[in-house]
Write a protein that binds this ligand. Structure first.
Ligand code: NAD
Length: 355
């Protein structure tokens, strides 16, 4: 197969981690007889420096013309004082909205090799951590009106029934393919938008009688994720709650550097990115963990290109790399061999097998 991939290296550690993912994709192409064409796209701080805009229309066009988009991360201290609409993260929000990718899928899964890297007690980890957070991505407070008037600042949180229904369906469909349990997370004891969320989820539940729906308030969910993560299988929630809960969920699996994500809308053209940011504190030091980005590339193969064997081959190679005792600094533990970002990529490629 021939596929065109828009590549956004971004800022901070972005270029280093994306480089490793591209090397892995090249190896997959060689082993399985595919051709991947890459088109570089400028977004984030580097685009502000070059064009004075975090995502010029011409760069968004390149993404829309591709079969999928692979992103490292954007942002950094250098652009902290840039005014709101021109901030690096605005480029990312505009990309997500421009692509119409309303459904963000973030797995929180512990690799058995990294059980010791979890900050949770051993007896909690042993019960298993393997759940997915389905997060609404292009609505809610991040996309509402933002304004500051004098000493008062306002951010608007708004959801329509249609917006809730389309992400709710993804939640039910995802649960249907797993354990058939779906936990809907909101704050319906306080927020109108959450009461609407709950009402729509329960209306949808009638169409999915094989899926058991439960409700949980977001503050309780934050607590339950560290107390008893094994209870969760699929969690569906709105944009900001999902942003916060998925960072929390990633940390209990060991490192934010390990977790990939996919974002999809009505077409197969998706956006794939690790869940962490541009980590300016370690940028350019060749110490970042590229696995979240490499696993994001695997998700791209599975969900956008219908290449499940190739995706599995990447996941197997990551597992074999961990089995062999290699660790980047963020997940380093006793008796393991510490490696840098580029060595991690090279070793994963070494463990990558064709069929
Ligand atoms: P961050 O995720 O960049 O970093 C948090 C901590 O995790 C840091 O100590 C960092 O060194 C570490 N870390 C992150 N990724 C790692 C990796 N792959 N390997 C090893 N360690 C890793 O979050 P932050 O420091 O709050 O944000 C830094 C910048 O990134 C900010 O400008 C923020 O706005 C931006 N950001 C971008 C995205 C994105 O592009 N999707 C997401 C979140 C934050």
């Amino acid at each position: 197969m021939v596929k065109n991939i828009a590549v956004i290296r971004g800022d901070g550690i972005g270029p280093e981690i994306v480089e490793q993912a591209l090397k892995v994709l090249d190896k997959v192409a060689e082993l399985y007889g595919h051709t991947f064409h890459y088109t570089d796209v400028d977004m984030g701080g580097c685009a502000i420096d070059k064009y004075g805009d975090p995502l010029p229309a011409s760069e968004l066009e390149k993404c829309l013309a591709s079969d999928s988009v692979l992103l490292g991360a954007v942002g950094g201290n250098k652009w902290n004082d840039v005014p709101g609409p021109m901030r690096p993260e605005k480029g990312l929000l505009r990309l997500r909205a421009g692509m119409g990718v309303y459904s963000n899928n973030r797995p929180a899964k512990i690799w058995h090799q990294l059980a010791d890297a979890s900050p949770l007690k051993k007896e909690i980890v042993e019960k298993g951590i393997d759940f997915i957070i389905v997060r609404e991505l292009i609505g809610g407070i991040y996309f509402g009106e933002h304004k500051t008037e004098g000493d008062v600042a306002t951010d608007v949180l708004k959801y329509s029934e249609a917006e809730i229904e389309r992400i709710g369906r993804i939640g039910f469909e995802t649960a249907r393919k797993r354990s058939k349990r779906l936990c809907s997370v909101e704050k319906s004891n306080v927020l109108d938008s959450s009461r609407l969320w709950k009402k729509v989820m329960h209306r949808l539940a009638e169409e999915y009688p094989d899926v058991e729906l439960s409700d949980m308030l977001v503050d309780n969910c934050a607590m339950q994720i560290v107390k008893n993560p094994a209870q969760f299988d699929v969690v569906v929630t709105e944009n900001m709650f999902g942003d916060i809960l998925s960072d929390e969920a990633s940390m209990i699996t060991g490192s934010i550097g390990m977790i990939p994500s996919s974002s999809l809308g009505a077409t197969t053209c998706g956006l794939y990115e690790p869940i962490h940011g541009s980590a300016p504190d370690i940028a350019g030091m060749d110490v970042a963990n590229p696995i979240g980005t490499i696993l994001s590339a695997a998700m791209m193969l599975r969900f956008s290109f219908d290449m499940p064997r190739e995706a599995q081959a990447i996941e197997n190679a990551v597992s074999a790399y961990l089995d062999a005792g290699y660790r980047t600094a963020d997940i380093m533990s006793e008796e393991m061999t510490q490696v840098g970002c580029s060595a991690c990529g090279a070793l994963i490629i070494k463990h990558l097998k064709g069929e």
